[in-house]
Design a protein around this ligand. Structure first.
Ligand SMILES: O=C(O)CCC(=O)C(=O)O
Ligand SMILES: [Fe+2]
Length: 276
């Protein structure tokens, strides 16, 4: 990406740091990684009919709550984050289940392509070095977690820092940054806005000091107001840099459901990697 971003036609279409686009371009990925823009929004990335189809398939799935946020529930798949703080058994369970979860996600969207798989095909075409499912010790990660917030749930301000969560994983340490990639399958009738901050806390001691005691989230008093709050739409794709502060406002009327994964970024000439 050129340095003179004010002359860049892609950047010119950005309003308040948000790029509305018809697809996720290589330039947009770089702009997100370099923190030149806050987010990319692609309306209608997944058909509304496909979203409804997936939501019907998920009916009756109670999911598994995150320990820190029990009403934030994983319906299909798991997250590397679960293996944070060196729990080898949890990580082994994640890797052992990755292929099974991948099939289960595809089954939710069948006979349509899942948003995660659609993105893998897309990135193969637009990113010069291509992409792959992240490999951990040579074993494939899982990408495409289907999760949702029930009424009353929220995500407190946080940054997703896989390299801090998994300090012994060499693959996590080589990430330059990670982009959150979300496709909204159902949206909150009220609440559930995605809040983004342009700021980030770069070192771990400062991050720990800014947390609310006993909670994974950052103290809102300390982080100040967000730079933007977006109301996602059904079928929309939103991508943002997950190492910047972000949050999801309390869902007043749910459920709010997404297929989500990270795009791992290691530089312009390196393949992108996907993982949840
Ligand atoms: O569900 C969302 O809108 C964002 C959740 C989140 O924290 C993330 O994707 O990193
Ligand atoms: Fe996050």
């Amino acid at each position: 990406m050129r340095d003179n971003s004010h002359n860049d036609p892609m950047i010119d279409k950005v309003s308040a740091g948000i790029l509305q686009a018809s697809h996720l371009s290589a330039d947009a990925i770089e702009a997100l990684a370099e923190k030149k823009i806050l987010a990319v929004r692609v309306a209608g990335y997944c058909g509304v009919d496909v979203c409804s189809h997936a939501m019907r398939k998920l009916a009756g799935n109670a999911g598994h709550g995150y320990t820190a946020e029990p009403d934030f529930r994983k319906f299909v798949g798991g997250a590397l984050f679960d293996g944070a703080e060196g729990e080898a058994e949890i990580l082994e369970n994640y890797l052992r289940n990755a292929a099974k979860w991948y099939s289960a996600c595809n089954e939710v969207f069948h006979p349509h392509i899942s948003p995660a798989d659609k993105m893998r095909h897309h990135l193969r075409e637009v990113w010069p070095a291509g992409n792959h499912m992240e490999r951990i010790g040579g074993r494939p990660a899982f990408a495409g977690l289907i999760r949702g917030f029930h009424e009353g749930a929220e995500a407190h301000p946080h940054q997703d820092m896989t390299h801090w969560d998994l300090p012994h994983m060499p693959e996590a340490q080589t990430l330059h940054t990670q982009l959150s990639c979300l496709t909204y399958l159902s949206c909150a009738g009220s609440g559930g806005e995605l809040e983004l901050w342009a700021s980030e806390i770069e070192n771990r001691p400062d991050y720990e000091a800014a947390k609310v005691r006993g909670c994974y989230g950052l103290d809102r008093e300390r982080v100040g107001p967000p730079d933007t709050a977006m109301t996602p739409r059904v079928g929309e794709l939103i991508v943002f840099n997950a190492r910047r502060i972000h949050a999801v406002r309390r869902i007043a009327q749910g459920p709010r459901c997404t297929q989500s994964f990270f795009i791992g970024y290691r530089g312009t000439d390196q393949p992108l990697s996907l993982f949840s």
